[in-house]
Design a protein around this ligand. Structure first.
Ligand SMILES: [Zn+2]
Ligand SMILES: [Zn+2]
Length: 400
């Protein structure tokens, strides 16, 4: 069993493979999409790919205008999908509506791919469950000690206090710039539960919230482009949920950011650390509870480069960032092993005529032209003979 990063996270075993959250269609393996955020759902741009995703994920993509949400097979938490000898099991990720983690079980061991995940019960989602696994591929968006999120309820109260006791009495409309899927619905839920303030939503937040409603979430909000929405924004006495990039020129808006990144922003800008990701301590405790033999990290930026080091130091578990290099349960596939495989492949492409005896000196010369040393060629020949793909014959080898 090997794991590597190629567009998405690729797990292969016995000639078959699966790919989690790919960003291109360069591999033909069946695709598993963890959730509807654009950086994870890019596979839905390619109608020819076989894609597994939950029904809410598919609905969210449709609602947000992904025209080609086809080639799709529905899955739900608890399901198992067989791809050759790999069995993919689906677990809740607690991140946004429909988000899941994927456990790939092979005869050699299991790999857990978390996707984006969150650990506290939020106002809209149940927390992710740790899953026992051999190899853990974990997203580390906030994998630095500087990311410690306060309790969700405290953040919620801060947001409400600011909106209701400061912005609105000052004749201004409090605006939360945030993700349209996930945080937007959290904020609606918070204001619905704790205040009587109407919540007005920008178009993408409205569409995503409509899907949450389809799945039984009780959320009250008013679209900014409806008559009532326009009237509320005109008269004040409401809160507005806008996308991160939206421009709000009018002086009556008072803008705050709601995002995990708020944890490290200067206080100069109004911001609230509302996050649908695990924070640093959450990541470590999740890893501990999964009992992996090795940890491979992905998604970290410059701030979280050292996260693998913390895993080693604090948990005593081998950890490193996942790259294009193939990883196994035991460790990374060595560079010499990669060369060896490339050399074997090249030899098999060179020896094309069945029954013909290729002499060793000729093969060594031929392979040297392709950048392989004499000892590499000789070792590769020995391996192919051991595997029964070549037979020694006189001063050389032949196929079969
Ligand atoms: Zn996400
Ligand atoms: Zn992500």
């Amino acid at each position: 069993m090997t794991v590597r990063r190629q567009g998405g996270v690729v797990v292969e075993y016995g000639g078959e493979g699966v790919i989690f959250d790919p960003t291109s269609n360069s591999l033909r393996h069946p695709v598993f999409v963890s959730h509807a955020h654009a950086d994870h759902a890019a596979a839905f741009r390619y109608p020819d790919l076989v894609k597994y995703a939950t029904e809410p994920t598919h609905r969210l993509l449709e609602a947000l205008g992904w025209k080609r949400a086809d080639g799709w097979h529905p899955i739900s938490v608890g399901d198992k999908v067989k791809v050759g000898d790999i069995e993919v099991r689906i677990h809740n990720a607690g991140h946004i509506l429909g988000s899941v983690q994927f456990e790939a079980a092979t005869p050699e061991g299991t790999v857990l791919y978390t996707g984006d995940f969150s650990l506290g019960d939020s106002y809209t989602m149940a927390a992710a469950e740790p899953v026992r696994c051999d190899l853990l591929v974990i997203e580390t968006t906030f994998g630095s000690p500087m990311f410690t999120f306060p309790k969700r309820k405290e953040v919620a109260l801060e947001m409400v206090r600011w909106a209701v006791l400061e912005a609105v009495p000052g004749g201004r409309v409090p605006v939360f710039k945030t993700d349209s899927i996930g945080n937007a619905q959290e904020i609606i839920s918070i204001f619905n539960r704790m205040t009587k303030l109407p919540v007005v939503t920008a178009k993408s937040a409205t569409r995503a919230s409509d899907v949450y409603r389809e799945y039984g979430h009780r959320l009250d909000y008013i679209d900014a482009n409806s008559d009532e929405g326009r009237r509320l924004l005109e008269e004040g006495g409401c809160a507005l949920i806008a996308t991160k990039g939206s421009k709000l020129g009018d002086g009556k808006f008072e803008v705050a950011l709601a995002s995990g990144w708020a944890a490290i922003l200067r206080k100069r800008r109004r911001s609230f650390p509302l996050s649908d990701h695990a924070d640093f301590r959450g990541l470590l405790s999740f890893i501990r509870r999964c009992h992996p033999k090795r940890v491979l990290t992905f998604h970290g930026g410059a701030l979280t480069r050292d996260f693998a080091g913390y895993v080693k130091k604090r948990l005593g578990i081998d950890a490193r960032p996942l790259t294009r290099r193939e990883e196994t349960l035991m460790g990374p596939v060595s560079r010499s092993e990669v060369r060896m495989r490339a050399c074997c492949d090249q030899l098999l492409r060179t020896l094309r005529i069945p029954g013909f005896v290729y002499t060793n000196p000729w093969l060594v010369r031929e392979m040297a032209r392709r950048g392989f040393t004499r000892s590499e060629t000789e070792a590769a020949l020995r391996r192919l003979i051991d595997q029964g793909l070549l037979t020694p014959a006189g001063s050389g080898v032949k196929l079969g």
